[in-house]
Design a protein around this ligand. Structure first.
Ligand code: GDP
Ligand code: IMO
Ligand code: MG
Length: 437
């Protein structure tokens, strides 16, 4: 069976965790392939409500293999805490494996993340401050420390002996921060390495063994295309290498691009963003506040608790993300949030201040920050959808809205989510089985 990738089609928090939890039933392996604990994936099912930062959202099925792939930046203390919390709540972690090639978020990474943001001043990105960007920066600069090093005392000592003096120069001379003590870092991270060691494996082999058995591998993305280092609203993006886009999935898990045959793009029925950067359809008025607070789970960041910026569905940005990710199946989440709006707007183009109308995504964040959204307005359905479980049960105007988004995305919507709980969804097609060119 081929591998299926799940990606965020907007600025993150589209409900990827919630959808992976829903569809993982049909897979054998569920794997995270990028980012780190800047991600926060909420899952609500019969075991309770969970916020996952690193562990894949397939973990609630005891018979699934869950993999933290080589593309993920791992903060060992955070991951071990997540594992302990899950185990303490009765979730089996017996089939959870972490790649020996993951880069480790070391204590200097969050320090540099926060100090860098201060240095940027008004141009700050609004990072999560978790050290994820600096960890990937070190990966690219070839001064990273990997999980395989961390669990090998000799390799770790050798690597830390080279990297820490280098990093202490950066901490003290560039940022004016105190140096970190070698013995302290070595002792505390060796202890974390010993606890992590039982989970560490050559995970690419585990994934390939499943593919050889003709089993389905579900690849769980983090963030969203518009936060992607290449495709996103640069420089207000995240630094994940490999990218969280579909193209990064193969690299971040250790499979070739030909194995990935389906790409599931998750889209909110409107848009949100946390952190800074352009967002053409952002609503700074009361309507934006209603979008933020309406429904059972208000728009508050899962990882940082920051309020999310809100706006109408941006079809220009969303169509672009469907295009550059090769999305074959669309999923629309949080439709229920729009239940009480008398009318709903969809941004179908951008107008520049020199009078041009753009229908494709410009590269420049400066330009994007200045464009005005061009809206088309549709009538709301003003009826509850949270209990709808079939296409026919949805109000006609809600169906019209979904059809319009499908047309604008040029992608079929295969699942509509009408609430945060596992069962609150309308599955039109099984995204693991539907085959589209
Ligand atoms: P992720 O990062 O893409 O996994 O998304 P997050 O978990 O960060 O944010 C999605 C939020 O929306 C969470 O609070 C979910 O519980 C919630 N959610 C997911 N789907 C729905 C839905 O269809 N309706 C409502 N009201 N909430 C949803
Ligand atoms: P999930 O997987 C939403 C945003 C941050 C900031 C920018 C850079 O839950 O959808 P970073 O700490 O990565 O250097 O911050 O990216 N960001 C996210 N926003 N959801 C996420 O993940 C995000 N991960 C990073 O808010 O704007
Ligand atoms: Mg999230």
């Amino acid at each position: 069976m081929p591998a299926v990738v799940v990606i965020g089609g907007q600025w993150g928090d589209e409900g990827k965790g919630r959808i992976v939890d829903l569809v993982a039933q049909g897979a054998t392996v569920v794997a995270r392939y990028s980012a780190g604990n800047n991600a926060g994936h909420t899952v609500i099912n019969d075991m309770g409500e969970f916020k996952l930062n690193v562990v894949p959202a397939g973990i609630f099925y005891a018979d699934k293999i869950c993999v933290v792939g080589n593309g993920v930046a791992v903060d060992p203390a955070i991951l071990l805490n997540e594992i302990d919390t899950l185990a303490g709540r009765g979730v089996s972690v017996a089939n959870l494996f972490v790649s020996d090639r993951c880069h480790v978020i070391m204590p200097w990474h969050p320090l540099i993340d926060i100090a860098d943001e201060k240095l940027r001043g008004a141009a700050a990105i609004g990072t999560t401050g978790r050290g994820v960007g600096p960890c990937f920066t070190d990966k690219v600069a070839r001064i990273g420390i990997r999980t395989g090093d961390l669990i090998d005392p000799e390799a770790f000592r050798a690597r830390l002996s080279f990297v820490l003096p280098y990093k202490n120069e950066v901490l003290t001379k560039l940022y004016g921060l105190p140096a970190l003590d070698f013995d302290e870092v070595y002792a505390s991270y060796s202890a974390l390495g010993r606890r992590l060691a039982p989970f560490v494996r050559d995970t690419a082999q585990i994934v390939h063994d499943a593919l050889d058995r003709d089993e389905t591998v579900l690849l769980e993305g983090a963030q969203g295309c518009l936060l992607d280092l290449d495709a996103g609203t640069y420089e207000f993006v995240t630094s994940s290498v490999p990218s969280s886009s579909a193209g990064g999935a193969g690299i971040g898990i250790g499979i070739g691009p030909t194995v990935i045959q389906q790409v599931v793009g998750i889209y909110k029925a409107y848009v949100t963003r946390v952190g800074n950067g352009p967002m053409p359809s952002e609503l700074l008025d009361e309507t934006g506040q209603i979008l933020r607070l309406e429904g059972p789970r208000p728009e508050i960041g899962t990882t940082t608790g920051r309020p999310r910026r809100t706006g109408w569905f941006d079809a220009v940005a969303s169509r672009y993300s469907a295009m550059v990710n090769g999305v074959t199946s669309g999923v629309l989440t949080r439709l229920d949030v729009l239940d009480n709006f008398p009318s709903i707007k969809i941004c179908t183009a951008y107008e520049t201040d020199d009078g041009r109308t753009l229908t494709s995504m410009p590269a420049s964040s400066v330009l994007l920050g200045k464009v005005k959204p061009v809206y088309e307005e549709v009538e709301g359905w003003r009826a509850p959808t949270a209990r709808c479980r079939s296409w026919e049960e949805l109000p006609q105007k809600a169906r019209d809205y979904i059809r319009r988004i499908e047309a604008l995305l040029q992608t079929p919507i295969d699942i509509v989510s009408v609430g945060p709980e596992r069962g609150q969804a309308i599955v039109i097609h099984d995204v693991l089985k539907v085959k589209r060119p």
